[in-house]
Design a protein around this ligand. Structure first.
Ligand code: BGC
Length: 802
């Protein structure tokens, strides 16, 4: 029992039998916790998340397409570039209201994993490559959702940064990178906002599955950060509750039926699973039910879906990033004839594919919104490319050229179709579909006054960017993204966003592209040099830098001053921001810290504070940004604690990581003085040529990297991905079979282009996932036996067929 345990929960716990406690540690089905009717303990429902509510019509089913309509807010990629915690909080509150109206007590979000690599298939579900920005927005999301009584689920804990082999990959991360980056994004949200649940990720972290990782769940999350809520497994991530419960994973989701409780109960009876660990988990689940059941069952006013749609539009505009705007091409002048080109203008991509897929209450398209605003005759249209296949017919290109020629300005709408970007698969490169690039070139050739509008969840290469005067990044902006973009193009709204991630020149120019990712481990050899931290330290060119985004108005920053607190370890940056242009607009003040002298290597600079201010023309506002001690500290691997070293730090007040407006030094007094430590130059002065050699990484890790070789056929393990069994006959058959099953399970309509990606998505599966993906038709024992059969076949059949 803890100090916060209510007498009611204590009394219930005392009455529960072992079997009932065991039943509580797994769901009753895909979405509900288990009830104990004898004692009046209700089940509560959990549901995706994160940018809209997904409640399948078939209450316990896994369908991703057949769910109740709900507002599809901008994805985290778009919310991330808003840099606006207050707005994200409002989105959270609206999400909470919709969740409650659907009887959902815990909404599965936010996703606060860092975008370690620009090819991450799930980057659209995450806010940023920077832990400070990510945690500020994630905290606001949690605060908003939980203000409605609905609980949040902070996910995916931790280092879940690749979709490739996502169920079994072992993220090998050094302690500083973990503490300063990958855990930092979660830490402050846990401490400040107390999310109801934290979701343990599929992957392994330094050798242990996150769901079985006592260091992660017990020591760090509970003991160090004081987390008192429930740890829930990602769906299917808890394979063996006799290991996951003692490690601190309270709730295994989805439930696999009463049959699956037997081995856990046996373990309790033999003492293999301690009653203490079981009691702890059961108590926490009772507390979760006690706190959040009412939110989902109490009568609530139906959510105001009109207001939520308007909020979705506002958030989409706030996250829209004006990447380029030569000669004031945007906003469009009144009376211009607009040629809209690109199928996404009428059939937009506005959300990502996978578990976060929402059936929207309505969808605004850019084409219809422009025509509503300007009249149908003022806006001509040509689709220009095929939505599913990466090709344009000569007729499509000819029609596009014709529309562009006749117009004063061509608005070309392109991006990443779902088959290019989805949960479950990483991209192989950052290129747009060829047909989209060709279309831009074809249009530019006949009308240089071209604006490119992008719909995509993560960075893309823009090979024609120098020739195009204006480029607008809309990300996957939710169901109102079309009207939001129309308002931005017409200047009714401003493009309020700044990039929350670096746009590299290409994938090959990104350090992670050159590091081992599979078959067994992902080596995080770049350590702290993640995203802009790397590019700025190495001084390498990027396509667009972190923090970048233009405005329709102009701003002046004045009276910048930094003040060190009397304690000597805390800094406040003050300045005044004035809107010097003629339009309403918002500015994002970004504060980076550069450590001038340090014992340990540090990236060139790190974002430690920011503020967004919206100003009328001519108006000024005083901005004050506090940088606490942690903003200057590093994780000291010797003392296993945060250390602030006395000395000089440079404060950089900036518009982006590459556009520093003001620099000034502060001298801080800390617990230690800088002293020379022998560290590899790959980290002190990273560069593309040097890379991150394994020997240097091993010095950071303090031990050799684990072996990274796929098991031979016949020796596959529960963590071997189906993709690594493709040299065997059984592996190939399994992949085909699973792809067919997956398409049925998610209930994709015939029009959805899922077939092409299903084979890729299921290729990541491991046998550990079989009980979940078979909806318990195959149990743990069945999955283990099947694995033996596959291994056996591989041993006896000749290599080519086996
Ligand atoms: C995803 C989670 C999601 C869960 C339930 C998993 O595959 O990784 O983010 O919340 O499914 O749909």
């Amino acid at each position: 029992m803890t100090d916060t345990t209510s007498p009611e929960v204590a009394a219930l716990l005392a009455q529960l039998t072992d079997a009932e406690k065991v039943s509580l540690t797994a769901g009753a089905d895909a979405w509900s916790t288990s009830a104990v009717e004898r004692l009046g303990i209700p089940a509560i429902r959990l549901g995706d998340g994160p940018h809209g509510v997904r409640k399948p019509h078939d209450g316990s089913g896994m369908s991703m397409f057949d769910s109740h309509p709900a507002t599809c807010f901008p994805t985290a990629a778009a919310l991330g570039s808003s840099w606006d915690p207050a707005l994200v909080r409002r989105v959270g509150e609206a999400l909470g209201r919709e969740a409650a109206a659907h009887g959902i007590a815990v909404l599965l979000g936010p996703g606060v994993n860092l975008k370690r690599t620009p090819v991450g298939g799930r980057n659209f579900e995450y806010f940023s490559e920077d832990p400070h920005l990510s945690s500020r927005l994630g905290a606001a999301w949690v605060n908003g959702v939980q203000s409605t009584g609905v609980g949040a689920s902070l996910k995916h804990f931790a280092a879940n940064n690749t979709e490739q082999r996502r169920y079994g990959i072992d993220a090998v991360v050094d302690e500083r990178a973990l503490r300063e980056l990958y855990l930092a994004g979660f830490e402050s949200i846990v401490v400040e906002e107390r999310p109801a649940t934290v979701m343990a990720a599929y992957n392994k972290l330094n050798g242990e599955h996150c769901t079985e990782n006592a260091w992660l769940l017990r020591q760090v999350l509970r003991e160090e950060w004081g987390f008192e809520g429930v740890v829930v497994s990602d769906w299917g991530a808890a394979w063996d509750r006799t290991l996951s419960v003692p490690a601190g994973n309270d709730l295994a989701m989805p439930g696999l039926g009463a049959r699956d409780d037997r081995y856990v109960l046996d373990a309790v009876r033999t003492g293999a699973l301690s009653r203490e660990a079981l009691d702890d988990s059961a108590r926490r689940i009772l507390e979760l039910v006690e706190r959040h059941a009412d939110a989902a069952t109490a009568p609530v006013d139906p959510p105001d879906l009109e207001a939520h749609h308007r909020l979705a539009r506002q958030a989409a505009a706030a996250g829209t990033v004006l990447l380029k705007n030569d000669g004031g091409t945007l906003p469009l002048q009144e009376g211009v004839r607009i040629g809209v080109i690109g199928a996404f203008a009428s059939a937009p991509r506005f959300q990502g594919a996978g578990s976060s897929h929402v059936v929207p209450t309505r969808v605004d398209t850019l084409l219809a919104s422009l025509r509503t605003a300007l009249g149908t005759d003022a806006v001509t249209f040509a689709p220009g490319y095929d939505l599913v296949h990466d090709e344009s017919t000569p007729a499509q290109l000819a029609a596009a050229r014709h529309v562009a020629e006749e117009a004063d300005v061509a608005v070309v709408v392109i991006g990443l179709p779902e088959v290019f970007e989805t949960e479950g698969v990483d991209r192989a490169h950052l290129r747009l579909p060829d047909s989209h690039d060709r279309l831009v070139e074809a249009v530019l050739a006949v009308n240089p006054n071209t604006v490119v509008v992008l719909q995509n969840g993560s960075p893309v290469e823009l090979p024609w960017r120098r020739a195009v005067p204006a480029i607008v990044e809309g990300y996957l902006g939710g169901q109102a993204s079309g009207s939001a973009m129309a308002e931005v193009l017409l200047g009714v709204s401003e493009p309020g966003g700044r990039l929350a991630e670096t746009f590299p020149l290409s994938y090959a120019s990104h350090p992670v592209s050159r590091l081992p990712n599979g078959p067994v481990t992902a080596e995080y050899r770049e350590s702290l040099h993640l995203g802009y931290r790397y590019f700025d330290s190495a001084g390498e060119e990027v396509e667009f830098p972190f923090g970048h985004g233009l405005s329709y108005t102009s701003f002046a920053w004045s009276d910048v001053a930094v003040a060190v607190s009397p304690s000597g370890d805390d800094v406040t940056v003050n300045l005044s921001v004035t809107n010097t242009g003629s339009r309403v607009g918002s500015e994002v003040v970004q504060v980076y810290v550069h450590d001038v002298e340090s014992s340990v290597f540090r990236p060139e600079q790190e974002l430690r504070g920011f503020a967004k201010v919206a100003l009328e023309p001519g108006a000024s506002e005083a901005v004050s940004i506090r940088l606490p001690q942690r903003a200057f500290s590093f994780w000291d691997v010797d003392s296993r604690s945060w250390v602030l070293e006395s000395g000089r730090f440079e404060i950089r007040v900036a518009r982006s990581s590459r556009d520093v407006v003001w620099r000034g030094d502060v001298d801080l007094s800390g617990q230690a003085a800088p002293h020379e430590r022998d560290e590899p130059s790959a980290y002190r002065a990273p560069s593309g040529e040097l890379g991150f050699p394994v020997a240097d990484f091993e010095r950071l890790l303090g031990h050799p990297v684990p072996p990274n070789v796929a098991p031979r056929p016949g020796r596959f393990t529960l963590d071997t991905a189906i993709r690594d069994m493709q040299q065997t006959w059984a592996g190939r058959v399994l992949r085909r079979f699973l792809a067919r099953q997956a398409v049925k399970t998610i209930g994709a309509p015939a029009s959805a282009p899922v077939d092409a990606v299903a084979g890729e998505v299921v290729a990541q599966l491991t046998f550990r996932m079989f009980p979940t993906v078979s909806e318990a038709a195959i149990g743990r024992r069945g999955a283990t036996r099947l694995l033996s059969v596959v291994n056996g076949l591989a041993r006896i059949l000749p290599r080519r067929r086996g």
